[in-house]
Ligand binder design. Structure first.
Ligand code: HEM
Length: 187
């Protein structure tokens, strides 16, 4: 069996570490904080809908990344899977990838806006650290995504923004924190 690439190893170790620390914090939060009741107001009902849409948008955004990884397309796939060659001809999917790349900015902006609305409308308990962390990470993705795309960004800022935006680490944290955070909320 081929050894795992450095990039992939980093991602797996990071995921394992964040999972272990987060589960530890989840158990701590279970004992320290009173069970969080879900609000049943008109606004929170709407907020719930936004949460669901936000989740689907994130899944769509990372599906694009996964498709590019599986087809060996893009800078990220060269970084994470340098020796991988796809079993199918990736040229067949050029149109799809082009469409996904062109629309990413719009799906990205929608995802950030809808997740922020979800957080505001639900009145999420910010003393449980999972929630402010997700908020910061979502704003982080949106902000640096905008710096990559904005034509007036200085070259250095663009480079830095690409480095911190086009990676999977924030997505892994958003997924783990949001999942465990929601487990702490009674419904
Ligand atoms: C929560 C929201 C977002 C997430 C999770 C996200 C995630 C990602 C990921 C994983 C990549 C690199 C891998 C890939 O090619 O698929 C990427 C690339 C990129 N993102 Fe985002 N993004 C978000 C929002 C945004 C926003 C709001 C913008 C711009 C306004 C943006 C602009 C870009 C650009 C320009 C690239 C690099 C070029 C490309 O691969 O298309 N992103 N994003």
């Amino acid at each position: 069996m081929k050894p795992l690439s450095k990039g992939l190893k980093k991602i797996l170790v990071f995921t394992a570490l964040v999972s272990v620390i987060s589960i530890g914090y989840y158990i701590y939060a279970l004992f320290v904080y009173a069970p969080v009741e879900e609000n049943e107001t008109f606004l929170s009902e709407i907020g719930e809908g936004f949460g669901e849409i936000g989740l689907w948008l994130l899944l769509f955004i990372y599906a694009r990344t996964l498709i590019k990884l599986l087809l060996g397309k893009g800078a990220m796939s060269k970084r994470i899977l340098p020796e991988y060659s796809p079993p199918i001809d990736p040229k067949q999917f050029n149109k799809l990838i082009h469409y996904l790349d062109r629309t990413h900015i719009y799906f990205g902006i929608c995802a950030v806006a809808i997740i922020l609305l979800h957080i505001v409308l639900m009145g999420i308990p910010m003393n449980i650290l999972f929630f402010p962390a997700v908020l910061i990470l979502v704003i982080w993705q949106g902000l640096f995504g905008m710096f990559i795309s904005w034509k007036y960004s200085p070259k250095e800022l663009k480079k830095f923004s690409y480095l911190v935006h086009a990676q999977l680490f924030t997505g892994i944290m958003i997924g783990i924190f949001a999942y465990l955070g929601h487990l702490l909320i009674d419904d």
